[in-house]
Design a binder for this molecule. Structure first.
Ligand code: S3P
Length: 184
């Protein structure tokens, strides 16, 4: 895939970390962005699943959320040390201070913002997120957003609202912002 309009990619940050709530597009935008700039793409949840040999719902069931968070801390520490990557993090990665510090210090952090109505729409048929296996998803997402928005803000170097664009255009628009707003 070619980057849009012959953009000068020479001043891009060494690593780009995407944070934000479930359904904000971290994985879909991140994968395309990585492709555009020829970086490696990683997703903390997928790496946790590969290492554990089990999926996220199983880990939550057997080890509880705290077991999952311990695994997440290890993987965030490991992946944030890699150069030239785009990293999609789980929505709750910012809950741990050590993750927030490592993300902020080791790369350029983009907070992908999304409205709760949009999250609900995107994850309507999703059964892979344990925190959303509840009758009132709107209430849960509202509560999570209230607690986590300040943490996303404190961790991020930039905010990006992507919801009005299809995912490919979102990734291109984010890339243009990264190039124009990030000083070398
Ligand atoms: C979580 C978000 C999920 C996953 C896990 C917990 C959260 O990742 O890490 O289900 O606490 O918000 P996504 O944000 O990629 O859905």
């Amino acid at each position: 895939m070619l980057p849009p309009h012959n953009l000068d990619l020479s001043h891009l940050p060494q690593s780009i970390f995407l944070i934000g709530p479930m359904g904000s597009g971290k994985t879909s935008i991140g994968r395309i962005l990585a492709n555009l700039i020829n970086y490696e793409f990683y997703d903390t949840d997928r790496v946790i699943e590969e290492r554990t040999g089990a999926d996220i719902p199983w880990i939550f069931d057997v080890e509880g959320e705290s077991g999952f968070r311990q695994r997440e801390i290890k993987i965030v520490d490991e992946l944030t040390q890699l150069p030239n990557i785009v990293l999609a993090t789980g929505g709750g990665a910012v809950l741990q201070l050590e993750n927030r510090k490592k993300l902020h210090q080791r790369g350029f952090v983009v907070y992908l913002r999304v409205a709760i109505e949009e999250q609900l729409k995107r994850m309507e048929r999703d059964r892979s997120r344990p925190l959303l296996q509840v009758p009132d998803r709107f209430a849960v997402l509202t509560q999570l957003a209230a607690g986590r928005d300040p943490l996303y803000q404190e961790t991020a170097h930039m905010m990006y609202e992507a919801e009005d664009l299809p995912v490919r255009q979102s990734a291109s628009a984010l890339l243009e912002l990264l190039i124009t707003q990030v000083t070398p």
